[in-house]
Design a protein. Structure first.
Length: 277
């Protein structure tokens, strides 16, 4: 198999290392020539993905931000072979899929939206790992839901990454869910660490603090684009959270032991219902 990877940050770099470790041929592009050179020298990438080699790819993974993914496909679609499958790895799906599905149809190529549900608080090729996706979920947004053959082929092409499960959904449902499971967590983490008390936490913090602040260490360029593209879903989740926090604040300020106990117990019960004991 020959896989082309556009963008050698944490996501693209981890794909490159995973496919190379599986013995596949890896071609790649990155706007930073030094990163590409390092990826080749470190044997994560075999050679550069060029106009001449693009048609040799069985799979092309667009591991860049949504606007860049759309721009890349619009520019390069005429050079992509009909047998090639293109999957973007962006963190939101409605905008990128709405733009890329028509481009793919126009040029007779196969495109799916994708979102590997794995990562760390760090970004960049130096943090890429061949096993980043081992056991992780992969979300797919196909152009049609009844093309079982296509989904089977995509799963085969993604096998070297080591995903543990696959979910097939719409772009709309993906963005609604991601606003809660990922984006809201980053917002909360960033807001939480802004407390003046944070600068004095050492010696008074442990696991709870680490869990709450881990994803505050983010790439502001990438997350600004993702948050704004999913603004409708994300603001609804923020409003829900503010409403719930207000209940806790009111109960504590009023010294209402019964109400506070009920709020805490309700959260515990919902956690058990959602994720099990």
């Amino acid at each position: 198999m020959t896989v082309g990877i556009v963008g050698l940050g944490l996501i693209g770099g981890s794909f490159a290392k995973a496919y190379h470790a599986a013995g596949e041929r890896v071609l790649a592009q990155d706007i930073d020539r030094d990163v590409l050179s390092f990826a080749v020298i470190s044997s994560a990438v075999d050679e550069e993905l060029t106009d001449e080699t693009m048609a040799e790819c069985d799979l092309i993974l667009l591991a860049v931000c949504p606007a860049a993914a759309v721009e890349w496909l619009q520019k390069n679609a005429p050079k992509i072979a009909s047998h090639t499958i293109v999957i973007d790895c962006c963190g939101t799906k409605r905008t990128v899929c709405a733009a890329c599905f028509p481009i793919a149809a126009q040029y007779g190529i196969t495109y799916l939206g994708g979102h590997p549900m794995a990562g760390t608080q760090f970004s960049g090729f130096k943090y890429a790992k061949a096993d980043l996706y081992h056991g992780a979920p992969m979300v797919l947004v196909p152009p049609r839901f009844d093309d079982i053959e296509l989904l089977g082929r995509v799963k085969d092409l993604l096998t070297p990454a080591g995903f543990g499960s696959y979910s097939v959904t719409t772009a709309e449902q993906h963005d609604e869910m991601i606003a809660f499971t990922s984006q809201l967590a980053h917002i909360v983490s960033g807001a939480y660490i802004k407390s003046p008390t944070a600068r004095k936490h050492k010696g008074f913090s442990a696991g709870s603090y680490r869990d709450m602040t881990r994803v505050a260490w983010l790439n502001p360029d990438m997350w600004t684009e993702l948050f704004l593209e999913n603004g409708e879903c994300l603001t609804q989740e923020i409003d829900n959270l503010i409403s719930e926090l207000q209940k806790y604040r009111d109960a504590i300020a009023a010294g209402d032991e019964k109400e506070l106990w009920n709020l805490l117990d309700e959260g515990r019960r919902i956690k058990e219902e959602v994720d099990g004991v």
